[in-house]
Design a protein around this ligand. Sequence first.
Ligand code: ADP
Length: 739
Amino acid sequence: MDRTFRVKVRMRRFRRQHPRIAFAIRSFMIFSATFGGAYGFVSGSRSENSGYDPNTFAIGASFLFALACLGLATLSMRLRFVNKRMRALAAHNEALIDRNWELKEAEERARSLFESQGDLIVLRDTQGRITFANDAYCALAGQDRGALVGTRFDFDVLEQGDSARESNGTRIHDQRIMTPLGARWIAWREGYVRLDAGQAAELQSVGRDVTDRTETERALSEARDQADAANRAKSRFLAMASHEIRTPLNGIIGMGGLLLDTHLTPEQTTYARAVKTSGEALMALIEELLDYSKIEAGKLDLEQRPFALSTLIEEITELLAPRAQAKQLEIAAYVDERLPLEVVGDAARLRQVLLNLAGNAIKFTANGGVALIVEPGIWPNEISFLVRDTGIGIAPEAQQRIFREFEQADERVARTYGGTGLGLAISERIVRRMGGRITLTSELDKGSTFEVAVPLAPSQASAGQTAFPSPDLTGKSILLVADGIEASLIARRLEHWGGQTCLVSDASVAEALLPERSWHAVLVDRAVGATVADHLAEAARAHALQRLVLLTPGSRHEEFSPDFTGFLVKPLRAASLAARLALTPEVASPELAPEPPAETAAPAKGLSILVAEDNEINALLMRSLLTKLGHRVVIAVHGEAALESWLAASSAGTPYDLVLMDIQMPQLDGIEATRRIRAHESATDGHTTPILALTANTLVEDRYACFEAGMNGFLIKPLDREKLEEALAGLAKARHLAV
Ligand code: ADP
């Protein structure tokens, strides 16, 4: 079968290749067959013994004729069949021609598209020779395609940007290249492509001209750098300006304070007070503006240091207590004992926010009081600080608005209370920066509650520690005779410690309750009235193991009945209450027991202090304040003089106990003077003199600079007597401990 097929194919090929020879052979064969047949028949019929029979001849002729007709009919059918196939083939052929034409057109279109691409396209073989370059590439190179193809042409690279590789192997990189049209930035995508099977892959580079975009980006980044620099300059300027304003203000406020300490007529006292109050208001305004601009400039750097929650809250309440007291308001704090002792965050900024909220609460409250409550928040590690007041409240339509800068709830009210409308805007930004939020619930004439919820992780160092041992009051009854916000917070704490607390606001009810049971402790708020309290103490003698009295602040020295076993100062510290209640009655002396040592700050006496201060008025103020506190003061008017004085005192064997060092001074500034003192100390005996910075600058970087130079702390100007006294007491305590 295969053989026959092969022979046929060969013959067909031969016919196709030699048509004339095939024609001659075919003609010869037809002629030979016709001639042979006719000649055979004629010569056969003429022979004598051929037996010619006309009948047989007719039959033979008819048979042959029939055969010929059959052959013709077969040929005719085959011809028709062949014609039909020919037509089908012709139609197919036509379709193929159409398709071919379409493909050619598509190829043409693709090629022209490829060539006229805006992006640069170039293909190179393994030797780096160009095999194809599109119009854009040729135009950028300034050469014809013919001139480029086959060469190793490439642009000069002026700058190479970063390069990256995609997962499919494509390399992406930016280049700044030199072209006849000038320097251009091109973003390249390069990868290997295989165009023909069996041939080596070619490197296809597609480049996009990104000069405009890159230059805009560069211009933007330069503009941003300039803006940053301008911002930094603005912050520096603000810090400088605020320093320059604070320095004379410091003098005004300090001198006003000193003036008030002298003998003045009532009229003069009023004027001097007005000077001091205005100075303080101006100082507060400067602080707020400085803070606001710092936040606006994005310069709010938050510290991440561990701090004690309860200390922070107690400091805030104690700081604000005199202000609240002056308005006959109560102020109290409650820190939930489930909270960690220490958390990590920016204590100074948190204090600023809470001071602002609690300060507002006091400002806008006429009756009742203010409570600071710290509880676990709704999210893990979130702490919620609630500042609740019983003040004028805020109308619903103003509740959103007051968080915007320079917005106040009610202009008429604002005129009465004063303020700038910046405090809440600053607080809100600080809290947001800490990753927290401030929310407000308020009702007109009922009061407001501001909630600050911030994430504060517990400090690892204090994990598992408690601030103070909680007294076990399980099963013990405590009678609390008091009224107001603080009373309910004390009751909450006593119950937390297991005590059965009976909170009574009416003294006569309390007196009636006394014989009802044996009380572990009876706590009486002096606010119920001094005589009533004393009377209650006497009545409680037979019924209570401990009779304590809660005093109002500032009345420590008030006389009260010896029936009381001790006193506690409001706003109450949880640790003091715990310590008092943990005492056994025998230990509790009926005399006035002094407050726990942590709460006392005995003024330090007789220190020898070097004050380095270039401003004459501030120097005078420092001298007056320190002399009044009983210290010996030497003033140095610049860093050089301070250094000399310190060296002289040290070599004479009478070193200073403390140096108060102004930071900005002529000749040698405070930082450098401190560095030199510290260097001298480490080169000699190693004895270090405490150095506190005196600065009106509150920028964090300045504080770091102080610590880096070796200072032990800093005092922010304007200095008042309490701050100074506190710092000196701290120093005296440290000295005492060191001894
Ligand atoms: P300032 O107190 O300086 O005006 P704030 O931004 O601190 O600025 O407060 C904006 C306004 O919000 C206040 O003027 C006051 O109208 C309202 N406000 C804030 N806190 C309270 C509050 N505890 N009770 C009533 N109103 C308040």
